[in-house]
Design a protein around this ligand. Structure first.
Ligand SMILES: Nc1ncnc2c1ncn2[C@@H]1O[C@H](COP(=O)(O)OP(=O)(O)OP(=O)(O)O)[C@@H](O)[C@H]1O
Ligand SMILES: [Mg+2]
Length: 380
């Protein structure tokens, strides 16, 4: 019998677990991405060296492939293409009419505001355009409208620094636009969900550790978070409202938020995809027992969502390497508590400057039985 086929958009290491999962489940994988030596080029059954932004070229190939699903897990650019293809091929996906509000930070803020999701004050800025921030209070956040990985994100404390920050953000932006918004103070988290037929299923909350101002590069993530059940109920309410306002009906989502000084949940942004940094691909499975990638594939295949635990839930922690000290710590854990190590990535030179999340030196993932172990290792 001919194998059912799954089209996967993107071939880098973030998408690879999806390719492997689809193969493990007996599907024939057809992977599209710009050829650049990424791991998925080799792991795919069929690889097509076509950039993920070439929607129509990919569509033509898909018409020949006749896949049962089109899927991707961790990139906003891929989300746009997946929605487009699923719609054209009559497969399960989110409506492409809403791809822009799901991927452009300015359009997303507008959609949130229109739907009663609490947003900070925000404006749009482009090159050589005057802007008025007279009603804003400092600090202010400036970021490109359409990038990720904290590229071009700056916290600005005083007016003299604003122009340079805007210029920097616009420089990073694909569409050469930036968003300027009020800074929301408080600890930062993300909420991981999976939706099916418009119903959102809460999976977990991730606690995020960052370098802080000015660039907020992630240093670690932990699941479950330190939020109380009562707080989690508030998170669900606000996040589900956010997902509804973006018309997210199917698939994984990653909603970044802060808890402000009044205890309110303040959404920073929502990705209609899994969280990067191994949050979706590894941490969710470790901490909830659900196979998030498997569930995502099932949703894309139009299968009824069945939330069943496949492993015993534990504590999941990912630590990024920023220095020689971090690396020494990792080696010490490996030596003394090797049973806690779930994964170690490749580690780069330790020499260059870390300016955004893609320039971090590497990472390791731990799977622990209790919080005490993390404290003993002095990781939190
Ligand atoms: N309005 C805000 N108030 C406070 N902090 C903010 C605000 N906007 C962004 N940040 C901080 O900057 C980080 C990056 O912002 P944002 O998520 O919008 O950019 P990004 O490039 O998509 O980053 P990432 O891919 O890491 O999520 C946030 O995780 C948060 O720490
Ligand atoms: Mg973000």
């Amino acid at each position: 019998m001919e194998k059912e086929k799954v089209v996967i958009i993107g071939a880098n290491s973030f998408q690879n677990p999806l390719i492997l999962k689809a193969k493990e489940k007996g599907y024939e994988t057809h992977v599209f991405a710009w050829a650049s030596g990424d791991v998925g080029e080799k792991t795919a059954d069929y690889f097509y060296p076509i950039s993920i932004t070439e929607k129509d070229e990919i569509l033509e190939k898909c018409k020949e492939i006749k896949p049962s699903a089109v899927c991707s897990i961790a990139s906003d650019l891929a989300v746009i293409t997946v929605n487009y293809l699923a719609d054209k091929l009559g497969l399960v996906g989110n409506d492409p009419a809403y791809s822009t509000i799901c991927t452009n930070k300015y359009e997303m803020r507008k959609a949130f505001k229109e739907n009663g999701v609490k947003v900070p004050q925000f404006i749009h800025v482009q090159e050589n355009e005057k802007y008025d921030i007279s009603s804003f209070e400092f600090p202010i956040i400036v970021k490109p409208t359409d990038r990720s990985g904290s590229r071009g994100v700056t916290k600005v404390e005083k007016i003299e620094d604003l122009d340079a920050a805007i210029k920097n953000s616009i420089g990073y932006s694909f569409e050469k636009k930036a968003i300027v918004e009020e800074y929301i103070d408080g600890p930062e988290y993300s909420c991981e969900c999976i939706s099916y037929k418009g119903k959102h299923n809460f999976l977990t909350v991730t606690k995020k550790y960052t370098t802080g101002a000015p660039h907020f590069i992630e240093t670690a993530h932990k699941q479950p978070s330190d939020l109380t059940d009562e707080q989690i109920e508030k998170v669900k309410e606000e996040v589900f409202k956010g997902l509804d306002s973006l018309h997210v009906e199917y698939g994984p989502s990653h909603s970044e938020f802060k808890v402000d000084k009044n205890g309110d949940i303040r959404i920073i942004e929502i990705g209609a995809r899994m969280g990067g940094d191994c949050i979706g691909s590894d941490l969710v499975k470790i901490s909830t027992g659900y196979d998030f990638i498997d569930l995502t594939l099932d949703v894309a295949l139009g299968k009824e969502l069945k939330l069943e635990k496949v492993v015993e839930p534990k504590i999941a922690f990912i630590k990024f390497i920023f220095s020689k000290e971090d690396l020494d710590k990792m080696n010490e854990i490996k030596e003394k508590h090797n049973e806690l190590i779930y994964f170690i990535s490749e580690i780069t030179d330790l020499e260059h400057d870390i300016v955004d999340s893609s320039s971090r030196f590497g990472y390791y993932i731990l799977r622990l039985d209790n919080e005490e172990q993390l404290k003993e290792l002095e990781l939190v």
